[in-house]
Design a protein around this ligand. Sequence first.
Ligand code: FES
Length: 163
Amino acid sequence: MIRSAEIFSSQEHRDMEAIVARYDSPASAILPLFHYIQKIQGYLSEDALTFVAEFVGVPHVRAFEVATYYTMLFTDPPGRHLIQLCRNLSCHVNGAEDILEKLKEELGIQVGGTSGDGLFTLVEVECIGACDLAPAVMVDGDLHGRVSADAVRGILDSYRGKA
Ligand code: FES
């Protein structure tokens, strides 16, 4: 059993109680709790998963399934910069696959992985609302539109010097 005080402050615990109180069933709060924890801790540690499962009364395997189903939830610490490559139709037909291959080659990782220097985590996402700029890539909060495979290295380099 994971005691809340081992991984959360008392204020954070109160925040999570408030999140659960918004729902008729505590189990319905699992995703909002994960978002909250990821926001304050950067990712969902094994202890955090165990805590949430006990907190809302679901089996640990259920918490694990939810945490690993969504690409925007991390069960390992992500890199400093998050690369979201759109894989939806407009981007797909406009070359997203080429961008993906270039990103994987440049970073030496697969989708869901983090580069060895800890700088970049690569995920695929559904439409990011920039179909008119397809293929589109989001890095942190920055939108990069009409990206070509040749532009990938320059985009990565522009983040390599950033904190
Ligand atoms: S399909 Fe890629 S941004 Fe909409």
